[in-house]
Design a protein around this ligand. Structure first.
Ligand SMILES: *Cc1c(COP(=O)(O)O)cnc(C)c1O
Length: 456
């Protein structure tokens, strides 16, 4: 069968408030063309992020009612801990309110001035926590990971030769090795089991602890099952266990592959490190059997972890992305290939080649998607990365627009609608204009800066 059916029925619905193109033109003008400034009920299809925006199942909502809010030793914590350890065999599971809180604790122990921390590609909060500690982060993804058109099956892989050279060069200043699965900042591209094992082996050879940022571990395992030799007949759970068996610990955002609306954890094997981490947790998040979460959150995550490894779900999840990408490709819209796990990336610099990078082609496309179709996406390009600490500006490496797909939230007809909006846009794309920034903060300007369209 060619039609992807969602492997679920819908029990509770949330209405979408319909708007007209004229209304949206005014709404986006009122936010000075910054999509972060929109109210979400003025958006028809919200593809700003897949973080915390997924739909919980009936079983998760039932589990919420079982949540035990005891301050210490709640059974909800023990169910959560068992669900994590069923997939990731670490000794110590430390709950936090989000992934970045787990990172902050990890780098309070492994960061610090003069230290150097490698990763395939650091996610922005990971890099932020590393840099805030005084350390430096370095991205060592394979060369193919930088080329939007390259069809390498594991574009998130660590470049092992560069990692070895890095470990030799930086020696004692490297406190640990990290690997992000899937590689979010690199387009949600997967890392192979072979590469995870080889990265772990290099870390061991140089006597460094090895940590996995496991936010999209189930999507990564699905890609391993599909694309890696010898993995086809194995269960997702077994593949996940193999991935984490290589590591000394992990950080996790449960807003991704744990089907949570909030949550995270830090996992460690080392008892002494875990004690230090828990003391930090008590100061910043809460007692070790709840971290930054309520008992009902822990219950929802425990249940979510049993659902995320379901193959029917993962097949539908990844097919949705490749369906949209194949159809956009057929329309001549340049997209990052192959499809990643959680998002569709459009190469706006290439598609809107009449708009120079410093006039923000990604922002122009993102605004047009909203005005024409009510779709909220996210510019990942010169607006986000183009400005330097000294105030100068240069084009980012790429000008992409990301359409992140929330889990179990939208249907096939929403996917068809997204494609149709691109089809309409392709008729008028030459009329789209660039933007200039008229007001911006010192740091992370993309969240709050204001734009003016440049008259055609
Ligand atoms: C989302 C994310 C984080 C941070 O998690 P939060 O829960 O948003 O704090 C870290 N790493 C990766 C790869 C992520 O996708």
């Amino acid at each position: 069968m060619k039609t992807i059916i969602e492997p679920f029925r819908i029990k509770t619905v949330e209405p979408i408030r319909m708007t007209t193109r004229e209304e949206r033109a005014k709404l986006i003008r009122d936010t000075h063309y910054n999509l972060f400034g929109l109210r979400s009920d003025d958006v028809l299809i919200d593809l700003l992020t897949d973080s915390g925006t997924g739909a919980m199942s009936a079983a998760q909502w039932s589990a919420v009612m079982r949540g035990d809010e005891s301050y210490a030793g709640s059974p909800s914590f023990y169910r959560f801990e068992a669900a994590v350890q069923n997939l990731m065999p670490f000794t110590h599971i430390i709950p936090t309110h989000q992934g970045r809180a787990a990172e902050a604790i990890l780098f309070s122990m492994f960061g610090g001035a003069g230290r150097n921390i490698p990763n395939n590609t650091h996610f922005d909060t990971t890099r932020g926590n590393i840099e805030a500690s005084g350390a430096a982060g370095h991205d060592l993804v394979i060369e193919e990971g930088h080329d939007p058109a390259n069809l390498h099956p594991f574009k998130g892989n660590m470049d092992l030769a560069r990692l070895e050279a890095y470990l030799t060069e930086h020696g004692e200043s490297v406190p640990c090795v990290m690997l992000t699965i899937t590689n979010n900042a690199g387009g949600g591209q997967p890392v192979s089991l072979t590469n995870i094992r080889a990265t772990a082996a290099l870390a061991r050879k140089f006597n460094k602890p090895f940590f996995i940022d496991g936010c999209r571990f189930a999507e990564n395992a699905w890609f391993i099952k599909q694309r890696e030799e010898g993995q086809q007949d194995r269960s997702i759970t077994d593949i996940v266990r193999d991935c984490f068996a290589e590591a000394d610990g992990m950080t996790m955002s449960a807003k991704k592959d744990a089907f949570g609306n909030i949550g995270g954890w830090l996992a460690l094997n080392d008892d002494t490190l875990a004690e230090t981490a828990r003391n930090h947790l008590i100061r910043t998040e809460g007692f070790p059997t709840y971290g930054g979460l309520s008992g009902r959150d822990l219950e929802a995550l425990a249940q979510g972890l049993t659902e995320i490894v379901d193959e029917d779900y993962l097949r539908y999840r990844i097919r949705t992305n490749s369906y949209i990408i194949d159809r956009l490709d057929a329309l001549g819209v340049p997209v990052v290939k192959p499809a990643g796990g959680h998002a569709v990336f459009v190469d706006a610099r290439k598609w809107l080649s009449h708009i120079p990078p410093l006039a923000y082609p990604g922002q122009s496309l993102a605004v047009a998607l909203y005005e024409l179709g009510g779709i909220r996406s996210c510019e990942i390009g010169t607006v986000m990365f183009g400005r330097h600490p000294d105030g100068t500006e240069t084009p980012a490496a790429m000008d992409l627009v990301r359409l992140a797909i929330p889990r179990r939230t939208y249907t096939q007809s929403h996917a068809d609608y997204i494609v149709e909006v691109f089809e309409e846009l392709s008729n008028i794309r030459e009329t789209l204009t660039g933007y200039r920034i008229v007001q911006q903060p010192e740091l992370m300007r993309h969240f709050t800066c204001r734009f003016d369209p440049i008259a055609a």
